[in-house]
Design a protein around this ligand. Structure first.
Ligand SMILES: C[S@@+](CC[C@H](N)C(=O)[O-])C[C@H]1O[C@@H](n2cnc3c(N)ncnc32)[C@H](O)[C@@H]1O
Length: 245
């Protein structure tokens, strides 16, 4: 189970109500191997402020980390940053949290929850340096489009949680979904696409943004075109308050 790729069957139908992704309160089992590195969100997930150990000035979230390759790399590349992976599939979160525990690093956790809900009601204003979303499920059927992460409400939800100059990093192999992402974020008043940042973080290498992820590895092997975007959160208060990244 832990090694299976996510399919529609991975999803409990109860997590989709009214065409929207909503799975708080679904049955979730803990995992002794993962210890405190796996947090089961359940009906009432703890707020971010309770999950971050004292002393971390920088906090980043990855939504949908799958088997956790990026969070594992990011906690190693950025030891001063706390990285929280929020994963809908308990088996993946458990697998990833066990790997993190075995790494010996304490600057990350995996939480089982709906990432969009968690950003909406469990994260303080301007609490995050970055939000990462890599290879979000494209849900290609029209009737499933409401399950996508990048719907019209996402810029507002993410912008509230990012500090001024913080980043939303996104990668996808799906050209249609990439178009939706660029349209939704491109029209958002709080974000601007930053191609210099895209080049900068790619040059920095593993664990800074975009790489590595399990799906990235698979799609590179298949020769698929991967689109990577960095959207910078503009300064609150308008252009006069804009800060350098
Ligand atoms: C296609 S996989 C990509 C996994 C990983 N990012 C990678 O690149 O290897 C998408 C993952 O997002 C998770 N997911 C989908 N919607 C989610 C949501 N709203 N909140 C948290 N996780 C979500 C799925 O369970 C799945 O593990």
């Amino acid at each position: 189970m832990a090694d299976a790729e996510p399919t529609e069957k991975t999803y409990n139908p109860r997590m989709h109500s009214g065409g929207k992704l909503s799975f708080r309160g679904r049955q979730q089992d803990g995992d002794d191997d993962a210890g405190e590195f796996l947090v089961i969100g359940g009906d009432d997930p703890p707020p971010l402020a309770l999950l971050v150990p004292t002393g971390f000035r920088h906090v980043e979230i990855e939504i949908g980390p799958g088997k956790g390759a990026f969070v594992l790399a990011a906690t190693e590349a950025k030891p001063d940053t706390f990285v929280l992976g929020i994963e809908a599939a308990p088996a993946y979160a458990s697998l990833a949290a066990t790997k993190l525990r075995k790494s010996g690093r304490d600057n990350g956790r995996f939480l089982v929850d709906n990432g969009k809900l968690f950003l909406t009601d469990r994260v303080d204003d301007a609490a995050l340096d970055a939000v990462h979303v890599y290879f979000p499920d494209p849900w290609p059927k029209r009737r499933h489009a409401g399950r996508r992460f990048f719907t019209e409400d996402v810029p507002g939800i993410v912008a509230r949680t990012l500090r001024d100059g913080g980043y939303l990093y996104v990668a996808t192999d799906n050209a249609v979904y990439a178009g939706q992402i660029v349209r939704v974020l491109g029209h958002a008043e709080d974000f601007v696409r930053d191609e210099a940042e895209e080049r900068r973080v790619r040059a920095l290498g593993a664990g800074h943004a975009f790489s590595p992820t399990n799906f990235e590895r698979k799609y590179i092997e298949e020769g698929r075109v991967i689109r990577r975007y960095a959207f910078r959160r503009l300064a609150r208060g308008g252009a006069a308050a804009e800060v350098a990244p």
